[in-house]
Design a protein around this ligand. Structure first.
Ligand SMILES: [Mn+2]
Length: 392
């Protein structure tokens, strides 16, 4: 018998699906949150049969269980832990620990991709096209590579995962991976996913108007309240406001704080770590404590949301050689324009400020961080230009 204890997200359930493909009725799979794993491990060590091979994927154990598992292993118990989180790397010190963050080719791993390799190597599972495709989609989603590759297939696989129950997802996928030559969605799933996409779009449009910004520690954060679609929301808001180092998403009911970034120079596992949480470089989270509540909720509650840049302009465009016109809540007007190939200048109410910028992005970031300014509509821009001409 095998027992698999794994995470309850797509990557964790991907492991469950592979284990069932490999072992069929010979494996019992339990899906866990990060916080419930240690209880499950203790329960296994106290109650399960000695013959059962314990596999743990996509999660790591606390120090006490680390010791218990080592004792279990020394006592001829069978255990294998497979994970890809940086924070678990020290478990490689044990013979039963296999933690790889990046493979030999420099590709980021996921628990599902590591387990797939493991099962193939031990000849417990035959690789097929469909399974290989499925594993790659899960890996791309879990490592955020899908975003760089714009792999909508991977994104939709995760969306489907959250639209149906884990049991239903498992069953559908196992059947498909056993029967089909290639991995694909059926017509009903496609329709369901299209409807979900539209719903997310409307949700994000609404949330966009609620975003506030604030310096937090050494960083500049965007802050928004949301209970669902954290990844999509963090991603959209991050792209919309590149001057923000990261987006903090507050779930008051769940007492959780999620962090998302689109920037490579930000390591969110570190930032969440400072607040007692953890995760990846581009997505992490922590509990809403008294300290984080004060910084992210109390101290920002009075702030006005950021105004959105005008979307349908034909003339007042970003990076334009004529300049791009912005406005703040005090009705100040800012024109950001190129001086030459290497330098951008800024006029505040028609007077050039001393500071210049190495790029449009740098200038806009300064404008948005300092004045929370937004790109104005064409109408205001045209009037501005007319008055400029008259003054001359
Ligand atoms: Mn994972």
């Amino acid at each position: 018998m095998y027992k698999l204890l794994t995470h309850n997200d797509l990557d964790g359930v991907g492991c469950g699906i592979l284990a069932k493909l490999a072992f069929g009725n010979e494996v019992k799979v339990r899906y866990n949150s990060i916080s419930s794993l240690d209880r499950e491990v203790e329960w296994f060590l106290e109650n399960d049969e000695k013959e059962t091979f314990l596999i743990i994927t996509d999660l790591s154990v606390n120090e006490a269980n680390e010791k218990r598992l080592q004792a279990f292993y020394e006592d001829k118990g069978k255990v294998q832990l497979i994970d890809h989180h940086k924070t678990s790397l020290s478990l490689n010190d044990y013979e039963w620990g296999h933690v790889v963050v990046e493979d030999e080719e420099g590709k980021l791993t996921s628990a599902t991709s590591l387990l797939y390799e493991y099962l193939i190597k031990h000849q417990q599972l035959n690789p097929t096209n469909a399974v290989t495709e499925f594993v790659e989609l899960v890996r791309q989603y879990d490592t955020w590579e899908w975003e760089k590759n714009n792999n909508q297939y991977a994104r939709r696989l995760n969306a489907l995962f959250y639209l149906i129950s884990i049991e239903e997802f498992e069953e559908k996928m196992i059947q498909r991976l056993q029967l089909d030559d290639f991995f694909s969605f059926d017509e009903f799933e496609k329709k369901l996913l299209d409807m979900e996409d539209e719903k997310i779009e409307r949700y994000i449009r609404r949330k966009r108007r609620e975003l506030v910004q604030s310096p937090i520690g050494d960083h500049f954060a965007g802050i928004v309240y949301a209970e669902s679609y954290h990844s999509e929301l963090g991603n959209e808001l991050g792209k919309e406001y590149p001057h923000l180092d990261y987006i903090a998403i507050i779930n008051i009911g769940g007492k959780r704080l999620g962090f998302r970034t689109i920037h490579d120079h930000i390591d969110l596992s570190e930032i969440a770590g400072n607040f007692g949480g953890g995760g990846h470089a581009k997505a992490s989270g922590c509990t809403l404590t008294d300290e984080t509540y004060k910084q992210f909720v109390t101290d920002t509650f009075h702030l006005e949301p950021l105004r959105e840049d005008a979307k349908h302009n034909r003339f007042n465009l970003k990076r334009s050689s004529f300049g791009s016109l912005y406005q703040d809540r005090a009705d100040n007007l800012f024109l950001l324009y190129p001086l030459n190939e290497q330098e951008w200048a800024m006029n505040e109410n028609k007077v050039q400020i001393e500071k210049t910028f190495a790029s449009f992005e740098e200038g806009e970031s300064y404008l948005k961080r300092t004045y929370a300014a937004w790109l104005v509509k064409d109408e205001i821009f045209v009037n501005y230009l007319i008055s400029e001409v008259k003054n001359r």
